[in-house]
Design a protein around this ligand. Structure first.
Ligand code: PEP
Ligand code: MN
Length: 321
């Protein structure tokens, strides 16, 4: 966000002090006016300090905080479903997914615009164009958007479009990113690092909460083990453990654990049975054409099978595991 002040405006010092107090980074440029570029989203109170000065031309306030998300994950009778492609690829792809989810009353769509790919030769995502594609299609349909932020410099753009900011497995140890997300007033879905212990994962969450944002959703997505037959090993015990230890909701991502679509449904059922508050599943209208994570994406029929099987499941959440 960018704020602009008269050079002598007393509100400028008050605003900068508030940013320092909250540990929010900014860049200040002084020309005819003073321009403050803030890295991260501001809470309403701090933003008001700048707006009171009559400044803020060119600022891009984030949409108001939406507390319904916290409620969804806190008291869902069944795991909250988040589904969508690994990467946002085109308008047609996203429209097909939005239409599919809407018809099934699923209210959270996922899709990466900034993709942390292991190889630099692989599809890196559509960036901001991808964010525009997903919000143009998902917002009018009433879907909430979950998308990854890989770097502090992307927070502003991602906040403009996303309802939940995902921190990927590769970024769980990025403490400057985590700290910056502490000043965002949106939930952060924090994936477990692929080689992170439960304690390291919880400490990563603490970087976000100490920054002032305790709207955290933990996401177990599998860890690396000696077993090569699945991409990662879904740590079912960790799901029950971190719910208990942290009090944060826990989402399981069976797709990145499985790596192969035939394992996604059984792992999703296991995670739900163990008490996951949500499930994040990769879904593609035509997985054979997916530009990333092709082997693990479910098609629409396979996803319907998952929904049917979940409906018949009694979970540990019923007994408040
Ligand atoms: C993803 O959700 O598409 C992703 C890259 O996941 P992870 O960070 O768990 O590998
Ligand atoms: Mn993926």
């Amino acid at each position: 966000m960018i704020f602009s002040f008269e050079r002598q405006d007393p509100a400028l010092d008050i605003f900068l002090q508030a940013l320092r107090d909250k540990g929010i980074d900014c860049e200040v440029q002084t020309r005819d006016r003073v321009v403050v570029r803030v890295f991260g989203c501001l809470d309403a109170q701090t933003e008001a300090l700048a707006n009171r000065s009559g400044g803020a031309p060119g600022s891009t306030p984030s949409p108001g905080a939406d507390r319904s998300i916290d409620a969804d994950f806190a008291d869902a009778a069944a795991p909250v479903m988040i589904a969508g492609p690994c990467a946002i690829e085109s308008e047609e792809q996203i429209e097909a997914v939005v239409d599919f989810l809407r018809r099934r009353n699923i209210r959270y769509i996922r899709g990466g615009a900034f993709k942390p790919r292991t190889s630099p030769d692989d599809f890196q995502g559509l960036g901001e164009q991808g964010l525009r594609i997903i919000s143009a299609s998902a917002r009018p349909a009433g879907l909430k958007i979950v998308t990854e932020v890989m770097d502090r410099s992307q927070i502003e753009a991602v906040c403009r479009h996303a309802d939940i900011l995902q921190v990927g497995s590769r970024s769980m140890f990025n403490y400057t990113l985590l700290t910056a997300l502490g000043s965002v007033d949106k939930p952060v879905l924090l994936k477990r690092g692929m080689a992170a212990t439960v304690d390291e994962w919880l400490q990563a969450a603490e970087y976000v909460s100490r920054g002032g944002n305790d709207r955290i959703i933990l996401c177990e997505r599998g860890i690396r083990t000696f077993e090569p037959r699945c991409r990662n090993m879904l740590d079912i015990a960790a799901i029950a453990q971190v719910r208990h230890l942290s009090g944060y909701p826990v989402v399981a991502d069976p797709s990145h654990a499985a790596g192969r679509r035939e394992l996604v449904v059984p792992l999703a059922l296991a995670a739900a049975a163990a008490g996951a508050d949500g499930l994040m599943v990769e879904l593609h209208p035509d997985p054979s054409t997916a530009l990333s994570d092709r082997e693990q994406a479910l098609d629409f029929d396979q996803f319907d099978t998952l929904l049917k099987r979940l409906a018949g499941l009694r979970t540990a959440r019923e007994g408040k595991a």
